[in-house]
Design a protein around this ligand. Sequence first.
Ligand code: DON
Length: 331
Amino acid sequence: MVQGSANLNTEVNEKWLQEYIDSWVDFFKKQTVDGEVADYIPILARADQEALGISIIGKNGLTIRSGITEEKFTIQSISKVLTFIVACMERGLAYVLNRVDVEPTGEAFNSIMHLQISQPKKPFNPLVNSGALTVSSMLEGKTSDQKLETLFLLLEKIIGYRPELNIETYESERDTSMRNRAIGYYLLEGGYLESDLGITLETYFKQCSIEITIDDLARIGLVLSNDGFDPYTNEEIIPRAISRLAKAMMLTCGMYDASGKFAAYVGIPAKSGVSGGIMAVVPPRVREDDFPFLDGCGIGVYGPSLDKQGNSIAGIKLLKHIANQWDFSLF
Ligand code: DON
């Protein structure tokens, strides 16, 4: 479905845009068979492996959606970008970066290795679990609900409503996540946790269990594409410096040990989640060519069939194809 203004920089007919994207979703949907739905958080195994949907929202008001577009799913690791932004807004960039570095690990999202071999055990970046738990621990507030209130308010400002917390998903991860507890104890040993481990884990499991849609992800991506400003009201929602650092983290660390390939072959900041979401940011580009969304857009993808890195297998292929067809790459 194509909505919004048709003041594209090209004569491309909105009908053609919809036909293109429908055909691409149909094609890459077939490749969901090559992945697997996550089941280490038991409730995630209920997802439809064949599902694939995309929403692209442009600064020019044009919105294109295709495939499974209404599904609500949990944000999972995409929340790490938002808690990083909130922590930087609450504590200041210097405070946060003193506790979490900005280096990719090249490891799986829940790896402990870099904490064992690096001194002084400082988490490498805010988008792997060790960095995300450190960030969750420094959010202002004593209880997990107090710590997440600013995140909910930020989300409400961007997506236009206060999202729900999926309690079933929260409890499913709370009751099974041994790995995150192990990471938590490493962080406690290294002196990086600023809250009680129990509160930190509860905060993290809750933030991962916030329910969103691909439209919501596209709207978040669009604000980041616009350097933290709401593209329609021009209100600054996220300070520019924080928005830029968040995009840099997404580009270098957002797809974990597939971040290098994603940056090379797709070329835009993106963050994946283990329930199959991807949030991507297409900044404005200086181009004379006939491409849609030249003044930037945000993209939300849902495809719960995952590759070995825990990223949406068909979602990545769909984004790579669209980025090449419509010249989204930064490079
Ligand atoms: O911590 C976990 O394992 C999940 N709550 C989030 C992991 C995740 O989304 C990885 N991204 N693909």
